[in-house]
Ligand binder design. Structure first.
Ligand code: GDP
Ligand code: MG
Length: 166
């Protein structure tokens, strides 16, 4: 099996940290260069029974002018071409405008969206239930998976769940 995964989320939620962990530092650092191309490959993860191609979808930010709106349309289309969208959020931060903007962008898309609650090492386990609840009524997520990209908690579970959708 093989397929494509796009990671979306506000700046600093841990997207690069996740990629560094699962794919290796070099590729993810390279991908931090500004990009204008659509669906740029960030790295390939080879598991025993699958190959997952992580791609970057540029332009997922608030449109401030016409170019922004064009980019937005490009992003929306790019997100239709992947098998899984990982929507990554920071467990420490309440859902904000930046998150809601991305949720709006995902609306009407048939691609399964995983809510990835990252940085769980920074929150109390009891708090996690409230965090999940605050996102759950915003969108019909295919999966909700808490992880720590930095420490590796639950990352293996996320990868095997992705495999099921390829
Ligand atoms: P990006 O902008 O979404 O690519 O975010 P980065 O991967 O650059 O991470 C932003 C900051 O959050 C860095 O200082 C990371 O070390 C930190 N970070 C990322 N994931 C975690 C995590 O699971 N736990 C903790 N405590 N910090 C994290
Ligand atoms: Mg990054």
């Amino acid at each position: 099996k093989s397929g494509f995964v796009s990671i979306v989320g506000r700046p600093n939620v841990g997207k690069s940290t996740f990629l560094n962990r699962v794919i290796g530092q070099k590729i993810a650092i390279m991908s931090d260069k500004p990009q204008t191309t659509r669906n740029k490959v960030q790295g390939v993860l080879t598991q025993e029974h699958s190959q997952t191609i992580f791609i970057d979808t540029p332009g997922i930010h608030k449109p401030k002018h016409k170019l922004g709106e064009f980019m937005l349309k490009t992003s929306r289309n790019a997100l239709k071409e992947v098998d899984v969208i990982m929507f990554m959020v920071n467990a420490e931060q309440a859902i904000g405008k930046g998150d809601e903007f991305i949720i709006d962008l995902l609306e009407g898309n048939k691609t399964p969206v995983f809510l990835i609650i990252n940085k769980i090492d920074l929150v109390h386990p009891d708090e996690l239930i409230n965090i999940i609840a605050s996102y759950k009524d915003k969108f019909d997520f295919a999966e909700i998976i808490p992880i720590s990209a930095l420490q590796g908690n639950n990352v293996e579970n996320l990868l095997s769940t992705i495999e099921k959708y390829l």
